[in-house]
Design a binder for this molecule. Structure first.
Ligand SMILES: [Mn+2]
Length: 381
């Protein structure tokens, strides 16, 4: 059984091409989002259509996904047309409604869970985790869903080379998003990594040329991914997307070197920050790690939280504190579910979302202590 609506989405995209509509790819600003945007952009390029624009939200200024601020920018900047969300959208009820009222059509391509029984009123929703989806495999990264959509759109016209190139990106994104490596995901990873050292994609060639020695293929992948997970963004296009879609190897090398240097600086920051928190909690008997500071850059906190979670084998909630709000990152050991934990305290939160092992939240500073208390009680059980 195919993913629900994937055929409809394919038809709608082809219709947009026939009608010369503006297509806007609205993707989350991480590697899974960038890979999804790259796959779909190049798929549409293969239909000989160039009226496609990409847009990534600036996480520091506008936060995650499709939100009110971003919506204003999109409707001001683009002519009406077909907006396709990638790796976000499934919980954006109000935003989807507004953007439709302003004359856009909306396709949601997401792999996050729907919340409750509510879906946004998009024209088409492709998300294996929506309740009415009867397809068997649910654990794709968004790039995996997008790859399936690309297959649907191009069919036999997807060349072997393009397919291999898409599978490389799908494999990297599946690993980056820490999706479970079984069934289709396992297949993507095996096929996508089988020949990645000889990738035809200038971005991957360029990154590998700077990496030097690796201990294993997985070591190589984690280095490639750390470069491609750069959060740097200009005019709502992330640098990793520009790199992934760069066709000139020399240009790709300059961009890759630049991102690599930034990544190394970031790793030094992450290591220092991890040490700082580790020392603080070394002899702490509480069952969770919960801490924040105005100085902790939120973009580093995902990596810091992962390391702390591995080290302490406890749920980790760390946040950057701004004037009124704090933005935090969550990692929990396998036996827990971060989203469920926050659901039990949601009256204290402004927003929260993510997956069982890795999630995020925003909270008013006045609620932080209560939130910690609520989590302590939740994990007591
Ligand atoms: Mn994702």
């Amino acid at each position: 059984m195919k993913i629900k609506n994937i055929d409809k989405a394919s038809e709608r995209i082809k219709k947009a091409v026939q009608n010369n509509e503006q297509i806007i790819l609205f993707a989350d600003s991480d590697l899974d989002g960038a890979a999804s945007a790259t796959i779909l952009k190049e798929t549409i390029d293969n239909l000989n259509y160039s009226k496609t624009r990409v847009f990534f939200p600036d996480r520091r200024k506008e936060g995650y996904g499709l939100n009110k601020d971003v919506l204003e920018i999109i409707t001001a900047e683009f002519e009406q047309g077909l907006l396709i969300t990638l790796d976000c959208g499934i919980t954006n009820y109000e935003e989807v409604k507004t953007i439709k009222e302003r004359g856009f059509n909306v396709i949601i391509v997401d792999h996050h869970k729907e919340v409750g029984n509510r879906l946004p009123e998009a024209d088409i929703i492709v998300d294996p985790k929506q309740k009415e989806d009867k397809s068997l495999f649910k654990e794709y990264a968004n790039a995996g869903v997008t790859f399936k959509l690309a297959e649907e759109i191009l069919g036999d016209n997807m060349s072997k080379m393009l397919r291999e190139s898409f599978l490389e990106l799908t494999a990297l994104a599946t690993i980056s998003d820490m999706m479970i490596e079984i069934e289709d995901n396992k297949e993507f990873i095996i096929q996508g990594l089988s020949n990645i050292e000889k990738s035809e994609r200038p971005a991957i060639k360029a990154i590998i040329s700077f990496l030097g020695q690796f201990n294993s293929k997985r070591d190589m992948v984690s280095k490639i991914n750390s470069v491609l997970n750069s959060a740097r963004i200009k005019n709502h296009v992330i640098d990793s997307y520009l790199l992934l879609t760069e066709s000139n190897l020399e240009k790709a090398k300059i961009m890759a070197k630049d991102l690599l240097e930034e990544t190394e600086a970031k790793h030094r920051e992450i290591a220092a920050l991890t040490d700082e928190v580790k020392k603080k909690f070394l002899n702490n008997p509480l069952n969770i790690i919960f801490d924040g500071s105005p100085k902790w850059e939120v973009e580093y906190l995902g990596s810091v939280a992962s390391r702390l979670c591995n080290y302490f084998e406890k749920p980790v909630f760390i946040y950057q504190k701004y004037d009124e709000l704090s933005r935090g990152t969550v990692r929990v050991p396998k036996k827990y579910d971060a989203v469920k934990a926050m659901e039990s305290c949601k009256h204290l939160l402004e927003t929260f979302g993510g997956h069982a092992p890795a999630a995020g939240f925003t909270i008013k500073n006045e609620n932080i202590q209560k939130f910690e208390q609520c989590l302590l009680e939740y994990f007591e059980k």
